[in-house]
Structures are given as C-alpha cells and as structure tokens.
Ligand binder design. Structure first.
Ligand SMILES: Nc1ncnc2c1ncn2[C@@H]1O[C@H](COP(=O)(O)OP(=O)(O)OP(=O)(O)O)[C@@H](O)[C@H]1O
Ligand SMILES: O=C(O)[C@@H](O)C(=O)CO
Length: 427
C-alpha cells in the first residue's frame, strides 16, 4: 500500500520525481489524473506501490482549476493510504503571472490542517540551486537564463520570496545555507521555531548533501514542496526497487515528438537533425488543413521505419527561437495549442500504425500526448538521464488498449545526444 503520495503539476515533472523515488527504494507508479483510483483496492498496480505520483496538467491552468485538481489528487492519495505528501513543481519554479504554486500549496496545507511547509526547487544534478532565496540555473540567475524566453511561463525574476509572496496567504520566510549546513537537527529546530509556525519557508540548498539535510529535517512535515531533488534524502522500503520491464523490444518502431522550445531541446533537435529522419511542424499548414498535415507526418514516420528501423524519426516544433509565434492571427487558434494538438494526434496515429516507443520532449507537450493516448498509469522503467526515464504506459486510444514505452523529457533536461541515445536504455 502506498505511504507517500505526490502531486506533480506536469507530466514530465511526475516522471522526474518518480525516477528519483525508484532510485531511493520506492516502488513507484505515476497515475495520469485520478481515474486509476476509481478501481479502489482492485487496482493492483496502485496497491503494490510504495509511492504514487499523480500527474496533473495544472502548471498553466487557471488557478481555481489547478487548486481543484490538486485537492482531488490529495483526497485520492489519502484514501489510498498515503500519510505524507509531496507537491512537485518545476525546478525553475515555472508559474503563470497569477501563479499556481502558492495557491496549490495553500490549499493542500488547509486540507491537511497544516500551516507550514518548505519550498525547495533546488536540484543540483540538473544545475538548479537556491542561495539567499535566489534561484540559479547552471550558475546563472533564473531571470538571466533561457527560462526568460519560455513561451508559456517566462521567468523574469529569480527571487523566490518575491515570486511567491503575491501567490500565497501565508507569510513567506527564508532559511539560509548557514542553517542548512549546521545540520538536520539545527535546521529542524529553525523550522519548528514559533515564528515559522505559519509560513511557506524557502530553504536554500546548493548541493546534494544540502538536500539530504533538508529532507531529514522535514521528515515530520505532512507536506513538503519542491522539485525532484528534495527526494534525494528519502529512503523507501525496497532497496532493490523493482523497475518495470519494457513494453517494446529492440527494433520495434519508435518516434521522437518534440514540442519544447527550451534551449536544451533546441540543441538536441539540432543534433538529431544530423542523424535521424526529421520533419518540422508547419503551423500555417496545421491552421489550413490540420488532419491532412498530421496524416502527412504519420506517413513520413512510417516511411522512415521502413527505410531504417534503427533510426526513429523526429517530428519537432521549434528549431530556433525565431520559430515561436508570439501572436496568432485574429480569430485563429494559438500556435502553442495547435502544436500540442498536432503532436498528440501524431502520437495516436503512430501508435495505431505500430509505434511501441515514444520519446516526447516538453512538459505541456507530454501532457497532451499522454492524455491523447488515454494513459492511466506509468510504471517506471530504465533511467535515461537525471530526471528522464522510460516508463511502461498502459492506455486506451481509439477504442483499442495498448502498452507502449514512453519517455517524457522535460524541456531543459538531457544531454545533446538524448534523442539518438535514449533507445539503448530499452534494449
Ligand atoms: N512555433 C510555436 N509557436 C508558439 N508556441 C509553440 C511553438 N512550438 C511549440 N510551442 C509551444 O511551446 C510550449 C512548450 O512547452 P512544453 O512544456 O511542451 O516544453 P518546455 O517548456 O520546453 O518543457 P518543460 O515544461 O518540461 O520545461 C508548448 O505549449 C508548445 O505547443
Ligand atoms: O523539475 C523540473 O525541472 C522538471 O521535472 C519539470 O517540472 C519540467 O517540466
């Protein structure tokens, strides 16, 4: 029965945290929303898990929607037996101007009848650190990093207290690195001080050791919030965590679907374009003939499989930042929506055509693809890179059940060669 319940505000973030939990000894299942809980104890996948991560697509949703979905997830996790909770958001603190991180944290605290939690987006393995409450990305302030150009959640401030204060009804406080480095007892004493009894407490952490200290000092809190790094210090009941076996075999058709505009993904696209058959989405063509354009892309991928099954085709949206459409023509759907719908339609078309392994880049894009594929649960399989893993996905689309291997890659994660090299982890 699961004891740890997590709520992730996007799908790549959910598999990012799940990867970490598996490595820390938790048999972990990701559920897409809460439908899988409807089976109650009849759902063996959930019953056999030590940790369940509910993947939501709430990062950029209207605040009320994000809060409602997060509360539904918390109640489902509680009913499934969980006793501790983890609200997982992005290590670059992605949020809309009105911000969902604060409102969701506030609502989860209220539901648990708690008044204090920690805010820990630090994840040094992927270059994210927090010092003096300022968030850094590979040593650069968040506001100076490529995140300032994000199409949905541009991050133009690095000060977590300033970002959070307008989003929450609780005071926002900071515990600095000096207290963290004084050890977990000192940190716990600082957290338990009466003046922090009602607060969202940003805690500095710049190294894995710092995160382990924060994790140990917060073991008594019913709710923690942060990126996946905060799970570094957890220890689950299964030292040899069971990893799901792949759904596909070597040589089965695969595809890379990338809707991400992040700088790491752009470098990965550039690298893959010199090695894999590829097609770029044409937003104008999608506006004039959506289904014909998608059918063309599916046909392209099928030809690529026939030509060389060892080279999974790449279908991508953004090669460089100039490709991003800032404003849609009057009355026309936004490019971001068209791209998400197109990649989701490619995914269902390609799975129907025989694809058994899909690498998807981008959190929002992954949400669209996983939803279209009707995936209910993802069982975590072979790791690919920090925060990126293969997962066995059980789903139902177009009236047919399917099981495929999915890797959901957060925009900024992964080495330059990930689109060509991820497949070897499945072999
Ligand atoms: N040409 C384009 N013009 C405008 N928006 C686009 C274009 N191409 C892609 N997009 C949108 O950009 C968004 C990228 O967000 P997504 O979350 O998928 O990737 P990411 O931000 O790099 O990843 P993550 O959230 O994991 O860091 C998607 O909504 C996608 O549809
Ligand atoms: O924490 C991260 O950076 C990722 O898991 C993520 O949430 C990207 O969407």
């Amino acid at each position: 029965m699961p004891t740890l319940g997590a709520i992730a505000d996007d799908f790549t973030g959910a598999t990012d945290l799940a990867t970490m939990l598996v490595a820390r000894g938790y048999r972990t299942v990701v559920t897409v929303g809460t439908d899988a809980f409807a089976d109650g104890t009849g759902n063996r996948t959930l019953r056999d898990a030590d940790a369940v991560v509910v993947a939501l697509k709430s990062r950029t949703a209207p605040v009320e929607e994000a809060v409602g979905a997060s509360l539904t997830a918390l109640r489902a996790l509680r009913e499934a037996g969980c006793a501790r909770y983890y609200f997982k958001y992005c290590s670059t603190f992605d949020s809309t101007p009105r911000g969902n991180i604060g409102p969701v944290a506030d609502a989860l605290l209220a539901e648990l009848d708690e008044h204090r939690t920690v805010v820990v987006p630090s994840f040094p393995a992927t270059g994210r650190t927090v010092d003096q409450g300022l968030l850094y990305v590979h040593g650069e302030l968040l506001q100076d990093s490529p995140m300032r150009h994000h199409p949905l959640t541009p991050m133009r401030d690095s000060d977590l207290r300033r970002l959070l204060a307008p989003q929450t009804g609780h005071p926002v406080r900071l515990i600095g690195l000096d207290t963290v480095r004084a050890g977990s007892d000192a940190l716990r004493a600082a957290l338990d001080a009466p003046d922090l009894a009602d607060a969202l407490v940003v805690v500095d952490a710049v190294s894995d050791q710092d995160l382990e200290t924060v994790c140990a000092a917060t073991a008594h809190l019913a709710l923690v919030t942060g990126a996946a790094g905060l799970a570094l210090g957890l220890t689950g009941p299964h030292a040899e965590a069971a990893r799901a076996t792949p759904a596909s075999g070597p040589g089965d058709p695969g595809v890379v679907l990338s809707g991400s505009a992040s700088s790491a993904t752009r470098a990965q696209v550039a690298h893959a374009r010199t090695r894999l058959p590829h097609r770029k989405l044409d937003v104008a063509a999608l506006r004039t003939d959506f289904s014909g354009t998608v059918a063309g892309l599916v046909a392209f991928a099928r030809r690529a499989w026939d030509d060389d099954p060892a080279k999974p085709p790449l279908i991508y949206a953004v090669g460089d930042l100039g490709d991003l459409e800032q404003t849609a023509p009057d009355g026309a759907p936004a490019a971001s929506e068209l791209v998400e719908r197109a990649l989701a339609a490619c995914a269902t078309g390609l799975v129907a055509a025989g694809a058994r392994r899909l690498l998807v880049a981008g959190g929002e894009t992954s949400g669209a693809v996983v939803t279209a594929l009707g995936v209910r649960t993802l069982s975590i399989g072979a790791p690919i890179a920090p925060g990126v893993t293969w997962a066995r996905a059980e789903g139902r689309a177009d009236g047919r059940d399917h099981t495929v291997d999915l890797a959901l890659k957060s925009g900024n994660f992964g080495d330059t060669a990930i689109f060509t090299e991820a497949w070897s982890a499945l072999a």
